[in-house]
Design a binder for this molecule. Structure first.
Ligand SMILES: Cc1cc2nc3c(=O)[nH]c(=O)nc-3n(C[C@H](O)[C@H](O)[C@H](O)COP(=O)(O)O)c2cc1C
Length: 191
């Protein structure tokens, strides 16, 4: 349980390596990016993503060494899927092999489901799926900007916990959920 009033501890800010500073905000859920290219569907694991603007617009940092990079570039489409904590080890393994060598849906026993608006398949085993199209590609920064086209979720999945990368192969699984809607007085229209 998170206490509502806390005695603040003595400040103890220490310098941190700038090149590791991405880990400060890396902890959005680890996602799977699903693509379909030349009739081959594929998955990759991705933790470097960010919300942009107030529309469903998202940014992905995705390097050209990934098989998924060419698929995303050439088709301009993908599905971003949020896996449950129960898939943690599979998701890590998916991020440690290449679709140029294996059929990851088959190898990891995941269910590809036809999407509505893109050729990339939904990942039916995931909690959330967002069909997306690429609206910008910044080659110099390995950065793709995606527009969300259609969203799906599975509110009855038994494990609703997601997981988060904090760098160096360490992950955090969601813990306690706290409902503070009544304190969101300024944001009632959003909830
Ligand atoms: C936890 C985790 C997070 C990852 N995050 C990213 C990322 O943000 N961007 C990226 O380009 N690769 C990331 N990767 C690496 C890709 O998932 C990996 O290179 C994968 O093998 C690519 O698959 P593909 O060649 O079939 O596209 C991550 C891997 C893991 C295990």
């Amino acid at each position: 349980m998170v206490p509502m009033t806390v005695k603040l501890p003595k400040p103890n800010l220490q310098e941190f390596p700038l090149e590791r500073a991405f880990t400060f905000v890396e902890s959005g859920p680890v996602i799977l990016v699903s693509t379909s290219h030349k009739r081959q569907k594929n998955l990759m694991t991705l933790s470097w993503h960010t919300l942009m603007d107030f529309e469903p617009t998202l940014g992905l940092t995705l390097g050209p060494w990934n098989h998924s990079y060419t698929a995303l570039l050439e088709t301009g489409e993908c599905v971003m899927a949020v896996p449950p904590a129960s898939l943690l080890t599979k998701v890590i393994d998916i991020g440690n092999c290449s679709g140029s060598q294996v059929d990851k849906f088959k190898k990891f026993g995941l269910t590809a489901q036809k999407a509505s608006l893109v050729k990339a398949p939904l990942v039916a085993d995931c909690l959330k799926n967002l069909e997306c199209r690429v609206v910008e590609h910044h080659k110099d920064r390995n950065f793709f900007i995606l527009e969300g086209l259609k969203a799906w979720h599975n509110p009855t999945a038994p494990d609703q916990r997601t997981f988060h990368a904090v760098g160096d192969g360490i992950f955090i699984i969601d813990g306690e959920t706290i409902d503070l809607k009544r304190r969101m007085t300024k944001w009632q229209h959003c909830i």
